[in-house]
Design a protein around this ligand. Structure first.
Ligand SMILES: *[C@@H]1O[C@H](CO)[C@@H](O)[C@H](O)[C@H]1NC(C)=O
Ligand SMILES: *[C@@H]1O[C@H](CO)[C@@H](O)[C@H](O)[C@H]1NC(C)=O
Ligand SMILES: *[C@@H]1O[C@H](CO)[C@@H](O)[C@H](O)[C@H]1NC(C)=O
Ligand SMILES: *[C@@H]1O[C@H](CO)[C@@H](O)[C@H](O)[C@H]1NC(C)=O
Length: 366
């Protein structure tokens, strides 16, 4: 029995140290794909016609002191990750596409982007903010790659020391259908297709030479003030008594995350040389929603810092930054920035969960 335990320990120890060896001790570049949770300016550079408020104050007020195209008061998760590796903040692809090559990483994320091709939504008369879905972002990456390295060997060496963040992406594949009247029951069958689009992107990046990839799951979007306002219910049982969030919506996002984790496990078996990390944005956030004050969010977790009034300070006739909206004095005491996106301090908390390793598996670095 004792020998057995030692044997099990030995196997466990040596298997895990083997996989730890395949992660570098530092990253030289970050490539990010996603939506408004990580866009550092692409949507604004395309004109941001569907959501122009982000080009004005108070967007950016906390850290950059001017609007950058980030949908927050300050830094995003990807900014904190770049900081932690001593890398510059990722420039938006559309700002650098025609300039000299940038070797420390580029951001392809676009606010409003979907994981599934935009044509799928237009065929159902669902109008998106942008057509720059994940597939378009991958195309941008492929053209950028031509300026970064030439031979396969050179590319492989370079990408081995790069970190690829594939998401968060997919939230808009739910947001827009909800906005156009679809229900959680109707969207549940779409989960394999949304996750499938993310998995397809991960596979393409691995084929292009990516080795270290982080794939985040969905946030508990049933907690954001836009959802709490638009899908409010007179039936108390629609709400989770521990958080005040909408149960059916969060259950759908949890289902998405479980499905994604299963599919990532299959990819790990298919590509054993790749380090495929799952980032649990949901787990990191839900603890804040349960006990916001414990984490310093004295304004509570459900009311937006910036908005045009109403029980959750979200008003679709007066978005954050529009006439009639107000902004809280201390955004760091709030989780929800503008009803849809998080404050810098909430993003910082999630980023710490990735950098310290509490909410990512396997960890970012050995
Ligand atoms: C998305 O569109 C591209 C062409 O733009 C196509 O190659 C790809 O297969 C499509 N993806 C899906 C999941 O339909
Ligand atoms: C996306 O593409 C559709 C179909 O080509 C087009 O009608 C729509 O205007 C485009 N949307 C944006 C935001 O560019
Ligand atoms: C409230 O919702 C629960 C579960 O969804 C349902 O069983 C119950 O009948 C609803 N109550 C009312 C008053 O609609
Ligand atoms: C929402 O905004 C509109 C336009 O500013 C305003 O007339 C209305 O009173 C606001 N609603 C709430 C609940 O504050």
């Amino acid at each position: 029995m004792k020998t057995m335990n030692i044997l099990v320990f030995f196997l466990f120890c040596c298997l895990s140290s083997k996989s730890a060896l395949s992660s570098p001790s530092h990253y030289n570049a970050i490539f990010n794909f996603g939506d408004s949770h990580s866009d550092t300016g692409n949507f604004l550079l395309t004109g941001a016609l569907a959501y122009p408020f982000i080009k004005n104050f108070p967007y950016g007020e906390t850290f950059f002191h001017h609007a950058t195209g980030r949908c927050s008061d300050g830094r995003l998760i990807v900014d904190f990750i770049a900081e932690s590796f001593g890398l510059p903040y990722l420039p938006p692809y559309l700002a650098v596409a025609k300039g000299p090559p940038v070797h420390t990483g580029v951001n392809f994320a676009v606010a409003g982007a979907t994981a599934i091709n935009s044509s799928f939504f237009s065929s159902q008369n669902i109008v998106l903010w942008t057509n720059d879905s994940l597939n378009v972002q991958l195309g941008w990456f492929k053209s950028l790659k031509l300026s970064l390295c030439t031979t396969k060997q050179e590319c492989d060496e370079y990408f081995k020391k790069s970190l690829f963040l594939v998401g968060e992406i997919g939230e808009n594949d739910y947001n827009f259908p909800f906005l156009f009247g679809r229900t959680t029951t109707q969207l549940r069958p779409l989960v394999p297709q949304i996750v499938g689009a993310i998995i397809r992107a991960v596979r393409i990046l691995i084929e292009e030479g990516a080795v270290n990839l982080v794939v985040p799951g969905q946030l508990p979007t049933g907690c954001i003030s836009a959802y709490l306002t638009s899908f409010q219910s007179a039936n108390e049982s629609a709400y989770d008594p521990k958080t005040g969030c909408l149960k059916a919506y969060n259950a759908l996002f949890e289902y998405h995350n479980n499905y994604l984790e299963q599919e990532l496990q299959r990819l790990r078996e298919e590509y054993p040389h790749a380090r495929i990390m799952y980032a649990d944005y949901y787990g990191a956030s839900i603890s804040i929603y349960r006990t916001p004050k414990l984490y310093g969010f004295y304004g509570g977790a459900l009311r937006a810092c910036c908005g045009g009034g109403g029980p959750y300070n979200f008003n679709s006739s007066s978005y954050c930054g529009q006439a009639g909206s107000t902004v809280c004095k201390d955004p760091s005491a709030f989780v929800d920035w503008d009803g849809i996106h998080s404050t810098e301090s909430a993003y910082h908390y999630i980023a710490k969960g990735l950098i310290d390793g509490g909410f990512i598996s396997p960890p970012l670095l050995s």
